[in-house]
Write a protein that binds this ligand. Structure first.
Ligand code: CA
Length: 232
């Protein structure tokens, strides 16, 4: 069982929420520790050994966005789930931009959190044991080091841009709907009407395609997006 040695750090200042999370996760065989503010969260993260972090945004001394950025600076791989009452698309974008892998709104259902945690931990173990490098034409993506290159030149992507690129690559030649992308990359169904997918595809295009004559990411009218070789 993966869970048995899985250690989760909960950074949450509301004692009731923190102990509810700890109890629920421990019932599911995860081992949990709680930090009640951002500074404590940072200190505990620095001691190492955690497999996943559950992070509140409004925290004393250091907020979750700031802490998430610091965590990402030190560790690109550890999954971070943000738990928050802030739920506008902009809040979500801010959370994802700081490096969160998933975003759950309070109040949430525990089993939903559990499902997200399992899926994030599974993704990590696939990335670690599966094929390490995906290539497509002159694009090269290393799943272990998160290094992305095009034509040998290094490209720096944020966490979500990277996840989006990997999903497009794994489905190359197939048109993907925005819903399919949202479910697989963000693990969420965004409210209809949000343009978060388009925003991120544009971020990615700027880095992956803009400076290169051959475009890889294409808009599929009426569906969504497709990664494919451009025909001359
Ligand atoms: Ca809080």
């Amino acid at each position: 069982m993966i869970q048995q040695n899985t250690r989760i750090l909960i950074v949450e200042d509301e004692p009731k929420v923190a102990s509810f999370l700890k109890r629920g996760l421990e019932e599911n065989d995860y081992s949990c520790e709680i930090a009640f503010d951002g500074l404590m969260g940072r200190k505990m993260f620095d001691t190492g050994g955690y497999d996943l972090i559950i992070l509140d945004i409004n925290l004393p001394y250091k907020n979750g966005i700031e802490l998430c950025k610091e965590i990402r600076h030190n560790n690109q791989k550890i999954p971070v789930v943000m738990l928050t009452a802030l739920g506008t698309t902009e809040d979500k974008l801010l959370g994802f931009d700081s490096g969160a892998d998933d975003y759950l709104l309070k109040p949430f259902e525990f089993r939903e959190l559990l499902a997200r945690i399992r899926s994030l931990l599974k993704r990590i173990s696939i990335a670690e044991t599966g094929e390490n490098i995906i290539t497509f034409l002159d694009l090269e993506v290393n799943l272990n080091t998160y290094e992305v290159k095009r034509g040998g030149e290094k490209i720096v992507l944020t966490q979500k841009e990277f996840a989006l690129l990997v999903f497009l690559l794994r489905n190359k030649g197939r048109a993907l709907s925005r819903n399919e992308i949202a479910e697989n990359v963000w693990g969420i169904n965004f409210d209809t009407g949000t343009n978060i997918i388009d925003v991120y595809v544009n971020f990615l295009r700027k880095k992956i395609d803009k400076c290169y004559p051959k475009k890889l990411i294409h808009t599929q009218t009426g569906i969504g997006y497709i990664l494919k070789e451009e025909k001359e």
